[in-house]
Design a protein around this ligand. Structure first.
Ligand SMILES: Nc1ncnc2c1ncn2[C@@H]1O[C@H](COP(=O)(O)OP(=O)(O)O)[C@@H](O)[C@H]1O
Ligand SMILES: Nc1ccn([C@@H]2O[C@H](COP(=O)(O)OP(=O)(O)O)[C@@H](O)[C@H]2O)c(=O)n1
Length: 226
């Protein structure tokens, strides 16, 4: 069977989307594109330049003007891609707890989504891409040939993010991480524009109790690899 040319992977925070998508993209020789980094970069720009993210109009104007670039990793420090904000490498700055705490608010602004979605479609429509986010299968690339919805319980996701942050030498507090994920889930799935939803034609993979390799085995079958 033919391999799908465009693959959309959606799901809640820390369900394993970027880990699985990066591996899948490498096996297929496709581009791996994590759309979450774009919302994170706009959030970082707003926090730095406006001091907060409350002014929807100002944040939207900023989203329309900033230049965000996502490129293959230039350093071997655990990054899956380089993220540039107006030319500055912000790959790690966008992972701060301050960005974590504000990114869902920024992502709920319709004008911000319109600006980001336009750029993501341009990249997705070229094909040979594994694109990751919350609304890829539903809004950005509704024609994607394979849609996967990766899920895991809130507690499992908090445990994964806690271990990930600790291994990177970042401050990690399990209860704070769980609370941040819970709040982001809530905003991401109840916002008016492009809420987190399982596309009607998506394959749901529940990853609780599965290793990364076990998830990959399921995903490879769906992508007709082997
Ligand atoms: N079964 C699994 N599937 C995917 N990721 C897993 C699994 N078990 C543990 N992880 C870990 O979970 C963490 C969060 O994964 P990540 O890919 O960053 O999620 P997302 O992109 O959905 O936020 C990573 O450190 C990853 O190694
Ligand atoms: N396609 C997307 C991707 C991310 N986002 C938003 O950006 C935030 C950060 O996304 P992310 O994928 O980097 O988050 P993690 O799951 O990696 O923690 C999410 O909580 C959403 O609010 C979105 O709204 N739409």
């Amino acid at each position: 069977m033919n391999k799908p040319k465009t693959i959309a992977i959606d799901g809640p925070a820390a369900s394993g989307k970027s880990t699985i998508a990066e591996k899948l993209a490498n096996e297929l020789g496709y581009l791996f594109f994590d759309t979450g980094v774009m919302y994170r970069a706009v959030t970082l720009a707003a926090l730095r330049r406006l001091g907060n993210v409350r002014d929807e109009q100002a944040v939207t104007r900023l989203a329309e003007r900033v230049w965000i670039d996502v490129r293959p990793p230039s350093k071997d420090d655990g990054r899956k891609a380089d993220v540039l904000l107006d030319g500055e490498d912000v790959t790690w700055a966008i992972r701060s707890s301050e960005v974590d705490a504000h990114v869902s608010i920024v992502s709920a602004y319709p004008g911000v989504r319109a600006a980001m979605t336009r750029q993501q479609r341009r990249i997705g429509e070229r094909g040979e891409v594994v694109m990751v986010g919350r609304d890829i299968g539903t809004v950005v690339l509704p024609e994607a040939e394979l849609k996967i919805y990766l899920d895991a319980s809130l507690e499992e996701r908090a445990r994964r993010r806690y271990l990930e942050n600790k291994s990177r030498g970042m401050d990690a507090n399990y209860d704070e991480i769980l609370e941040n994920l819970r709040k982001r889930d809530e905003i991401d799935s109840t916002r008016e524009v492009a809420p987190l939803r399982i596309a009607g034609d998506a394959h749901v993979v529940m990853t609780d109790g599965l290793t990364i390799e076990e998830v990959m085995q399921q995903v490879r079958k769906l992508a007709h690899i082997e």
